[in-house]
Design a protein around this ligand. Structure first.
Ligand SMILES: [Mg+2]
Length: 266
């Protein structure tokens, strides 16, 4: 059944689209998020896919700028869950994020000032365009840093009417609108008039991507839910997948299979 699904998928590349998560799919999971890089041949395979299929896009929680530097402008990139995207090698704020750009700049300035005043070593504020992330993984006393920083982030969020949410060793501060991978997949698939859509994910945050495919399937789109298996792969993701690939190496070889099955556009 899987072979058949894949075959039907490559039959009409002119109406087919592929969406990929980045971390755990095209890059191996690393301790420090800024140490991640695409695995060998991933960038080349993406570019070759983009030359063959109607739409090839990355949908990631990362900022679009670093993804652009790693993957090049041949592939469509949606960063920060869709708050940013790339166009012709430029990073742009998405329509829904644009109205919050100025506010978020002020919020970030204020947060940086207050964090600097604390003088906790090993704390890093990462600018992600219309959002920012406070990392404390490198702090000597992570628990103390977490408590202090979460309190400050919460005060700032309440003061400005934005949202602060704790993550693993980090706090993300974002505008009061939701950006999700599902929105990106739905919007771009409909805009591009795709009849066949695949999404490759590895994590619980990718489940909404599968939901988006289910919504498209109800509109008559042929969908392919692809999960990447690893020690940390969530059972629900694997259970809902049409196709399971073995780690990032499995993803790259699957991409190369698709590339060799479809001639480049003339
Ligand atoms: Mg991931």
């Amino acid at each position: 059944m899987n072979d058949d699904l894949i075959r039907r998928f490559v039959d009409e590349p002119e109406v087919s689209g592929l969406f990929f998560d980045f971390d755990g799919v095209l890059s191996d999971i690393v301790d420090l998020p800024w140490d991640a890089r695409p695995v060998a041949r991933a960038a080349e395979a993406l570019e070759s896919l983009a030359e063959r299929f109607k739409l090839v896009a990355i949908v990631s929680g990362r900022g679009a700028r670093e993804l652009l530097a790693w993957l090049g402008s041949g592939v469509e990139i949606w960063g920060i869950h869709g708050a940013q995207h790339t166009l012709g090698g430029e990073v742009l704020l998405s329509e829904r994020a644009e109205p919050y750009a100025e506010l978020m700049e002020r919020v970030q300035g204020d947060a940086r000032r207050r964090i600097d005043e604390l003088g906790i070593e090993g704390v890093l504020v990462e600018d992600k365009g219309v959002m920012f992330t406070i990392h404390y993984r490198a702090a000597k006393d992570r628990d103390a840093a977490r408590l202090t920083l979460e309190k400050i982030a919460q005060e700032i969020a309440e003061g400005y009417g934005v949202v602060a949410s704790p993550h693993k060793m980090a706090i993300e501060v974002r505008p009061p609108v939701e950006f999700t991978k599902a929105q990106v997949i739905l919007q771009r698939s409909r805009e591009a008039g795709l009849k066949k859509v695949a999404f490759v994910g590895d994590d619980v945050v990718d489940l909404p991507g599968f939901d988006a495919l289910d919504a498209l399937a109800r509109e008559g789109v042929l969908t392919l839910r692809v999960a990447v298996d690893s020690d940390e792969a969530p059972a629900e993701l694997l259970a809902r997948a049409d196709l399971i690939l073995g780690g990032t190496a499995g993803v790259v070889s699957w991409m190369e299979t698709l590339v060799s099955a479809v001639p480049p556009r003339g």
